[in-house]
Design a protein around this ligand. Structure first.
Ligand SMILES: Cc1cc2nc3c(=O)[nH]c(=O)nc-3n(C[C@H](O)[C@H](O)[C@H](O)COP(=O)(O)OP(=O)(O)OC[C@H]3O[C@@H](n4cnc5c(N)ncnc54)[C@H](O)[C@@H]3O)c2cc1C
Ligand code: FES
Length: 366
């Protein structure tokens, strides 16, 4: 009897130890798998340009495929690639401007900024046959498949994520209805104007509304600045629609405030900024980082100043999204130059979202 009890107790103990071992092993395997996925997501993809199209003076689009013809990572409509700008340590994000469930190629639309550090280099470099490395697609600004009435608003080059969202809806429109307000200064900047006009004419789920502020002699469409009243025009229930914006941050704020005043819930307003820090303060402030003192003189952000000084600070988005440009404030006062989406530990800030309001002493975050 005692022997049987001892045997049963030993078996139970074995079961408990075995269970603990298996659950520990499963936990360890899960962690290893998620760490491998994280590393994979950070590994640059070698890409090659297979097509290029000019859209007016400063805007061009390229199609890229894997340099070894391998499968490309899938992405959600609205996400962006991070290009490693050749010959520099700069990284810049570009929204994917077309969408497929299993992408064979990536499409980007890029605007060359006259005094930009990266886009003029990309404009020159990204010719057919050129190679470029990119971090796989990421981003929180993605189309929610549950949203039925969509109002997409793309200002200038901010139309790129909307083009991917449109592709995703076109693949399976279902009960969805899409209005796309495509605003630009010049007609030439309306990427895919002809294709979208044709789609608007043939698809009953799609209403295409381009508008330009500086028309040329051939332009027959709407002229002027897009107003909040235009965004709700023709909608049976504006408060039920979901609005996706990508344009200059100040203009988006105006539109969103006006829609909120018309009863559109904040949870229906989705937006992305391409960066574009604004600093109205032209005063000069001493800024010390890691014991080296320099003078900040009205640059758009502390990150822009670090880049101009040749200080190598990690940065991927320059729009308060990726959290890479964290810095620690040792002393001094800061002001906002653009909104941030990242929560940071006390004492840290994002260099792309702040400018000095006094002399600063800063330290790198290890
Ligand atoms: C999620 C995301 C998606 C994006 N998608 C796209 C896209 O699809 N297409 C696209 O074209 N862009 C996109 N962008 C923007 C892109 O990443 C770059 O920011 C853009 O190409 C400008 O980079 P740049 O280095 O050429 O210009 P920057 O060097 O950043 O300069 C931008 C402007 O700031 C001014 N400036 C810079 N430094 C100073 C200084 N020290 N003093 C005064 N002025 C200064 C420049 O004159 C210039 O006009 C996206 C950004 C994000 C975050
Ligand atoms: S560079 Fe991405 S948050 Fe500043």
């Amino acid at each position: 009897m005692l022997a049987t009890l001892l045997l049963l107790a030993a078996a139970a103990a074995l079961l408990v130890v075995g269970g603990l071992f298996v659950s520990g092993l499963v936990h360890h395997l899960r962690r290893a798998r998620s760490e491998a996925a994280r590393l994979r997501a950070r590994r640059p993809l070698p890409l090659v340009v297979i097509a290029r199209l000019e859209h007016g003076d400063d805007v061009f689009s390229v199609e890229l495929e894997h340099a070894q013809k391998k499968r490309l990572p899938a992405f959600a409509p609205g996400q962006a690639l991070t290009l490693l700008v050749p010959g520099t340590t700069l990284r810049r994000r570009y929204s994917l401007a077309a969408w497929e469930k299993r992408p064979r190629r990536y499409r980007l639309g890029i605007r060359r900024e006259a005094d930009g550090a990266a886009s003029p280099r990309l404009y020159d470099h990204l010719q057919v046959g050129a190679r470029i490395d990119a971090l796989p697609p990421v981003g929180r600004f993605v189309l929610d498949p549950a949203h039925e009435t969509l109002v997409l608003v793309g200002g200038g080059i901010g139309a790129t994520p909307m083009l991917a969202m449109l592709d995703a809806v076109a693949a399976r429109p279902g009960r969805r209805r899409v209005v796309f307000h495509h605003a630009a200064r010049h007609p030439a900047e309306l990427v895919d104007l002809d294709r979208l006009t044709a789609l608007g004419a043939r698809a009953d789920w799609f209403d295409y509304r381009p508008i330009v502020s500086r028309p040329d002699a051939n332009w027959r469409g709407a002229v002027g600045r897009l107003a909040a009243a235009d965004l709700v025009a023709g909608l049976a229930e504006p408060a039920c629609a979901h609005y996706y914006f990508c344009a200059r941050e100040t203009v988006m704020r105006e539109w969103m405030d006006a829609l909120a005043a018309r009863g559109v819930p904040a949870s229906h307003l989705h937006w992305e900024s391409f960066g574009g820090a604004q600093n109205p303060d032209a005063a000069v402030y001493p800024v010390e980082l890691d014991g080296v003192a320099r003078e900040f003189a009205g640059e758009p952000s502390l990150l822009a100043a670090f880049e101009a000084w040749g200080v190598d600070l990690p940065a991927e988005c320059r729009a308060g999204e990726c959290g890479a440009c964290r810095v620690r404030l040792v002393s001094g006062e800061l002001a906002d130059c653009q909104a941030s989406h990242v929560t940071l530990p006390p004492g840290e800030f994002l260099a792309c979202c702040k400018v000095p309001k006094s002399a600063l002493v800063l330290a790198r975050v290890p």
